[in-house]
Design a protein around this ligand. Sequence first.
Ligand code: SAM
Length: 445
Amino acid sequence: MMTNSENLRDIVCDLLLEIEREQAPSHVAIRRMLEKYQYLGSGERGFISRLTRGTLERRMTLDWMIDRFSSVRVKKMKPVIRTILRMSVYQIKYMDGVPESAVCNEAVKLAKKRGFKNLSGFVNGILRNMIRNPEKSKLPEDNLSIYYSQPEWLVDYWTECYGRENTIKMFQWFLEERPLTVRLCKHRLPPEDFIRRMEAQGVTAVQSTLVQEAFSLKGLNYLGALMEFREGICTVQDVSSMLVAKAAGVKPTDRVIDVCAAPGGKSIQISELLTGGGRIISRDLTESKVALIEENIQRMNADHIQAECQDALVYVPEDKEMADVVIADLPCSGLGVIGRKADIKYRVNREDIATLAKLQRDILTVVSDYVKPGGCLIYSTCTVNPEENEENVRWFQEHFPFETESLKKFLPEGISSNTIDQGYIQLMPGEYGTDGFFIARFRRR
Ligand SMILES: C[S@@+](CC[C@H](N)C(=O)[O-])C[C@H]1O[C@@H](n2cnc3c(N)ncnc32)[C@H](O)[C@@H]1O
């Protein structure tokens, strides 16, 4: 059985290399790995997950520290060596209870095991030097990119859009540890019973003050081990994402089309409201994405919903003015969820924002015609920037027969913003303890 600390670091090293090669998004790679090592104890799985996420999240900061002690720049190092260094520095600087000398020894062993015996002294030298001279790796507080491990373009862009103080708040929130949020299907289990059942499994379920069916789960080891998850009594969903269904205000008889639906979180939430003969069609671009929606429909035992493969850029003439509600939760730069998906900050760049804003406009142009006169369109993204959000709202109103409609009566009372009456809201990451998110509601004239 693979349980000693050396092997745990081996697993983390593989995971980080896989993520760096962009073979899988970090959250998917970590989940797959944790599923594979289900037999490990919760402490060991926690170590793998924390070390992988942490190293990825702080990569820019870690690289800056390593560069302070290395004759070879991190970028020029062999991927295995820089991965070993990054994860070791993370343990030294950010993890309590891991003795520094043990970290060095394990790093040296790992380098040798991976065929780099000749570089094990190099690894050892950097780490031991860093331990001996902590002052030299003290972070420059005025450099937000290094201090918060965020790309320079994002520091500049957000500072320009939202000011330095708000930018710092968002970066701080991204680095905070936070519990998983789930949505409870209230018709399957009352909240009190859910809380009790979680307690019996050593998990504390804390109900959200904004959305009744949202709970954060503290002390959860492995989601797949929860019968309530496997049987679809609850599902992973952030509170911000649950607000889309609220903003849509669907009626039990509505016909709804969700044009970018995978893996189906918002669609399934809406399907639970369609109890009077309404239906929702949930679409996505590829068969594999549609399979994800179907998997969730099955797990959640959802009714009144049908998954379909359909490119949202291609007009479906039969759907012309057929829908009471169209949900356009569109592909976006994802800057609001960097706290949960750290690889976004390494993948997305400033130029992508304009490309994505254009893609969103192109999709809105096609799908807005599915809304019947008097019906409504919800446009949402999990990002934080005016180009993909507010500017697209303005553009859409100018070019299509739609008007924004106040979100006041749809959103929870606890949420306030001076744009709610104008029909849209930008949730800043952490502002309500949620991801960063954007929602706009339009009514077709
Ligand atoms: C923000 S995610 C949707 C999340 C989903 N609404 C939920 O709540 O689970 C955006 C989705 O758009 C899909 N997508 C991207 N381009 C598309 C296109 N041209 N047509 C349809 N779907 C597309 C992606 O595959 C991705 O699943």
